[in-house]
Design a protein around this ligand. Sequence first.
Ligand SMILES: [Zn+2]
Length: 219
Amino acid sequence: MNLILIAAPAAGKGTLASMLNEKYGLICISAGELLRGVDPTTELGKKIREIQSRRELVDDSITNELMKQRLMQDDIKNGFILDGYPRRMAQVEAVTEMMKELNLKIDKAILMNIDYETGLKRTIGRRICPNCKKTYNVLTGVNTPKVENMCDDCNVELTLRNDDNEETYKAGYATFMQNCPAVIEYYKNRNMLIELDATGSADDTMRQLENILKEVKND
Ligand SMILES: [Zn+2]
């Protein structure tokens, strides 16, 4: 099965992708990781890092090409998940074209719904143990550290990631709201969209998805 994950910031996309990888062996292909994975000593690598250091978006043509190269590898034959791509209509068109060319097919696009407030709490409440990298949240009531601001395992003070602030979240959310409705509409019109309520735990979101996929199979 080949899936696309569409999610607002802090909806838990990475977690769901790794659960799908563990349980079903689906290979997660993240646009961000592909970009970070380009050798920084090459021309392309230098160009990508330069664009990202200005906090600008990398050209679709670069992302599309990296994506295509990745999809030509053999390990995706048992199924893959596209994570963080396609985000815009131009990328949707590129994916559709790519699938034809490579003789592949996207089965479902999964939309992980989360409201602004819940996403914000998840983001600004997130704390990380600098030692074991375990993540906590001090606002949502899920994964609360046992002792205030301390790692349960290491007894080390928790830290906040630079990007986990309201401004970054707000900007990411605005970009999502600007680009995603058209993408969602596209997959909905093709009867490919699965909508999940991602405001609960990761296990809960996974359960919803598995139930829907079961129904799809039985149809
Ligand atoms: Zn720790």
